[in-house]
Every structure is written in C-alpha cells, then in structure tokens.
Design a protein around this ligand. Structure first.
Ligand code: FPP
Length: 259
C-alpha cells in the first residue's frame, strides 16, 4: 500500500513541510531502520537542564519516531536505548532510564497495540531491574500477535557481546559434533543472531553529529546505508526522519557488485 504522505504530514502540528516537495518512491523505502539515539545529554546541557531532562525529551522524540515509522510504512525499527557500555554511567542516570522505559510503556502500550505494532527486544535484559523485566514481558505479550511495524528496543545490548555468544554457541556445537567446521558459514552465523523476524537494517541513522557505530549491530549493518544527523536526539523530528528516508531512497546500493 502506498502511504498517503500528505495526510501523514497534515496530522503533524509542528510540520511545515511543503507538500508539493513530498516525493518518496514507496518501492524504495528501507524495510528496516536502526537508530542510534544520541545527544540527550548535550541537548540538556545546552539548555542548562539536568541530563534526566534530556532523556525525558529523548523519550518523547522516540515516541514520535515510532509513530512516524508506522505512518511512513516502515516494516521494522530498531532503537539503541541502552548499550552494554552505558552501565559506566552514574547509578541515578541509569535508574532514570529504567524509569523512563516504564513510563513509556505505561503511556503508550495501548496506542502501540492499536497501531498493530509488535514490540521486541535485543540484548541481555536479565540484568535490568525486575520491574523493567516485567514491563518488557507485558509489552511482549500484549503485542505478540500484531503483524504491523516491528519495534525492537536494544537494551543492555552490545554487538561484540552478541557475537561472542554466537561464537561460543557454535564452538560448543562443533565440540559436541553437531556442527562440522565446513558448515560454519555466513548464513549459520546470521541465523544464530537474535533476529525477531526482521531483516538486516537497510538504513542506520545516528543523531548528534557524531559519526560512529558504537558497537551497534556490527554484523547486521555490513551493507546498511549510514546517515548522520547533526541535531541532538530530542530534536529529531518527523521531518528529519522523512529527510533521512528520502536520502536513502536516492542512494544506489550495490552490495559490492556493479550497477
Ligand atoms: C544517548 O544520549 C542516549 C541514551 C544512552 C539513552 C537513550 C534513551 C532515550 C532515547 C529515552 C528513552 C529511554 C529508554 C530506556 C527507552 P547521551 O545521553 O549519550 O547523550 P550525550 O552523548 O549528549 O551525553
């Protein structure tokens, strides 16, 4: 189905998009978009606010981005919300992030269900507080039968840790004689990664002007298009998202081959 772009933008109060310029080739939309939501702290500092205020504004931007991805007809969205390295932050900041996760799901779960969104998670959530794990379990259950946009939250996620787990798993299978060395191929490794039914990302967006991938989906983004946005995450908007997708539709993906 071709999304009705004009209606989508009309529904956004802050939008000043010139509809005459809205031209998106729906056949070329990325199926899976991954986002590194960076810059909450700098956004807050620039406004003389505590870092928590930046994260709260980041949660609001996250909500809008999920809505926009659904409206744009994207199939899967993966959001880097907490990395394995983020445990180095002060305890109060970490606790606030878990509180925000809870606040988000309490406020938004009904809308997500109505939008036919399926929630999933990446990363080792067993290290999260038990109330966060309950929230996650509940979001998984309530959206399990939905077949619209898939939203994956990467929580306590690190790509190197994920690859170490896969290597251990395959090594064990080789040791047990279940897998032969000759069977270790890209497809096998790929199949051992947590997929939640989504293909590898087509587009990776990072906000805040930093141009790094920060241990995010290192295997999966091998052929993703990278798109860097100067704005801090709380300022990421439907328009900036639309610009990123538009830029993607104009890129030529060759996957190492020729045009
Ligand atoms: C990176 O900005 C952002 C994070 C580590 C947290 C992302 C959290 C949200 C978007 C809010 C929703 C929360 C959850 C848990 C779903 P930064 O703090 O590293 O910013 P800085 O680099 O400017 O300091």
């Amino acid at each position: 189905m071709v999304p009705d772009w004009k209606a989508i933008f009309r529904g956004t109060p802050q939008s000043e998009t010139n509809f005459a310029t809205v031209e998106l080739d729906s056949d070329r939309l990325p199926k899976h978009i991954a986002i590194i939501m960076d810059g909450n702290g700098r956004w807050a500092r620039a406004k003389g606010l505590p870092r928590a205020a930046g994260h709260h504004a980041g949660m609001v931007a996250m909500r809008e981005t999920i809505r926009a991805a659904d409206d744009f007809g994207i199939q899967a969205l993966t959001l880097y919300a907490f990395s394995t390295e983020n445990w180095k932050r002060p305890r109060t900041e970490i606790q606030y992030l878990w509180y925000l996760l809870d606040e988000f799901f309490q406020a938004d779960i009904n809308e997500l269900v109505e939008r036919n969104v399926r929630i999933s998670f990446l990363g080792d959530i067993s290290k999260l507080p038990s109330y966060s794990q309950k929230t996650i379990g509940s979001a998984l259950r309530k959206t399990a039968n939905n077949d619209g946009l898939i939203v994956q939250f990467a929580l306590n996620y690190g790509s190197r840790a994920e690859l170490v787990d896969v290597i251990r798993m395959i090594a064990q299978d080789v040791k047990d004689g279940k897998v032969d060395l000759t069977e270790i191929e890209e497809a096998l490794i790929s199949s051992c990664l947590c997929k939640n039914g989504v293909p590898d990302p087509d587009l990776l967006i990072r906000t805040s002007g930093d141009q790094r991938v920060s241990n995010f989906l290192l295997w999966q983004i091998a052929y993703a298009e990278l798109y860097f946005v100067d704005e801090m995450w709380p300022d990421f908007s439907r328009e900036l998202f639309f610009e990123a997708i538009t830029a993607y539709t104009k890129r030529e993906r060759r996957f190492g081959g020729l045009k």
